[in-house]
Design a protein around this ligand. Structure first.
Ligand code: FAD
Length: 355
């Protein structure tokens, strides 16, 4: 089967890109290894910027929040904007909503379809996809890896990166909670290398944390839940990666978590991914106009462009992340105590997407 673009990964980023490219008139194949789409290991906490990209349906929004309480061992520091700052969105519904838009725009979808190998031809890439009906060959002028933090496209096309991984885990409890504040817990004893959280989701409450991959996230999660007299029941877990990643090579692009378009401070990837979908869609459309799929062209019009926009923020986030990770409980108290003194400026100028 021949396509213009093959996108591996029908998460929100792959589906959004498929939707845009199909609406430009390109013939798009969107393949996902899952048979049922929708990521459950995600809090779905998005800044209001998300509404620039989608008209979210009411039943997808579980709660609206205005700020956060940052807890360290002996300090509680509250930042409250006094107006809606972020939406708590049902990720399953969100993913399926975007996938439907992609399919409605004309993208051809393949589920239970995992990329297993590829061959480079002169004018295309021939990908072998393992499907429930057996292996299928898909030829495309361009392949896009939107296959998440553990991207196989990144790996098989040997795109270089300097990435850090943490393991995220979360559970939902049937505890009604309409608070306008999320709660974040910073302590090396609670979530080494990241942080833990409690998110008010209206009819339910989410507890979660992420730890550096050298630590047992499940064990830390059990201990965190115990503080709230809760036991671990069902959970969802997934890695988060952040850092610096090459995202373009001849006939190949990465987008979303696969390209580490992620905020190192919070691990959030949806808003940066959506910003980069717009840049990728323009670059891909231009590549088809010029019939140029060289690594140089794609780097200039995609990799350089998104990095110009987001890399200063990612570097700032990496600096803050490294600082926080190096502090003990007493130092974290002092750090957040100092932030508390700047509370007014943070409340008026802070932006959860760009710090
Ligand atoms: C615990 C946790 C909480 C989070 N909370 C937030 C949050 O509140 N806000 C926020 O903005 N971000 C959050 N994130 C990050 C967010 O989930 C990601 O940034 C987002 O899912 C990235 O979207 P994506 O489409 O790039 O990748 P994904 O959503 O991971 O989708 C990738 C898709 O590719 C498919 N795939 C993978 N490999 C293959 C293959 N070989 N062949 C075919 N298909 C493949 C997968 O099945 C999947 O459907 C959280 C992450 C975790 C782990």
């Amino acid at each position: 089967m021949n396509f213009d673009v093959l996108i591996i990964g029908a998460g929100p980023i792959g589906s959004s890109l498929a939707c845009k490219l199909s609406s430009f008139g390109l013939k798009v194949a969107l393949a996902d290894k899952k048979t049922t789409i929708g990521k459950q290991a995600c809090s779905g906490l998005f800044s209001r910027r998300i509404t620039k990209y989608f008209d979210l349906e009411d039943d997808m929004i579980e709660n609206v929040v205005e700020g956060a309480i940052f807890h360290t061992k002996s300090c509680d520091f509250e930042v409250r904007k006094g107006k809606p700052e972020a939406l708590v969105v049902d990720r399953l519904k969100f993913d399926r909503f975007i996938l439907k838009k992609a399919a409605d725009s004309g993208a051809h979808t393949f589920f239970g379809a995992r990329l297993i190998s590829h061959v480079r031809a002169d004018d295309s890439i021939r990908a072998c996809i393992d499907t429930p009906k057996g292996p299928k060959e898909i030829a495309a002028k361009l392949i896009v890896g939107a296959d998440g933090a553990a991207s196989m496209v990144r790996q098989v096309f040997s795109l270089r990166g300097d990435l850090r991984y943490v393991n995220g885990i979360l559970s939902y409890y049937p505890m009604k909670n309409t608070s306008p504040l999320v709660e974040l817990y910073y302590s090396p004893g609670t979530a080494p290398g990241f942080f833990a959280w409690k998110i008010p989701r209206g009819n339910r409450t989410e507890f979660g944390l992420a730890t550096d991959i050298r630590h047992n996230h499940l064990e830390y999660f059990r201990r965190f839940l115990k503080k709230f007299n809760l036991k671990l029941s069902g959970f969802h877990a997934h890695p988060i990666c952040f850092g610096k990643q090459q995202s373009a090579a001849e006939r190949v692009l990465l987008v979303g978590d696969a390209a580490a378009q992620v905020k190192p401070f919070s691990g959030g990837g949806i808003i940066y991914g959506m910003i980069c979908v717009d840049i990728a869609a323009k670059a891909i459309s231009y590549a088809f106009d010029k019939d140029d799929f060289t690594g140089e062209f794609l780097k200039k019009h995609y990799d350089d462009k998104w990095k110009q926009k987001l890399m200063p923020k990612i570097e700032l986030g990496l600096g803050i992340r490294n600082t926080l990770d190096s502090l003990n409980d007493r130092e974290l108290d002092t750090f957040f105590g100092m932030l508390n003194e700047q509370k007014g400026a943070i409340e008026s100028l802070g932006d959860m997407d760009f710090l």
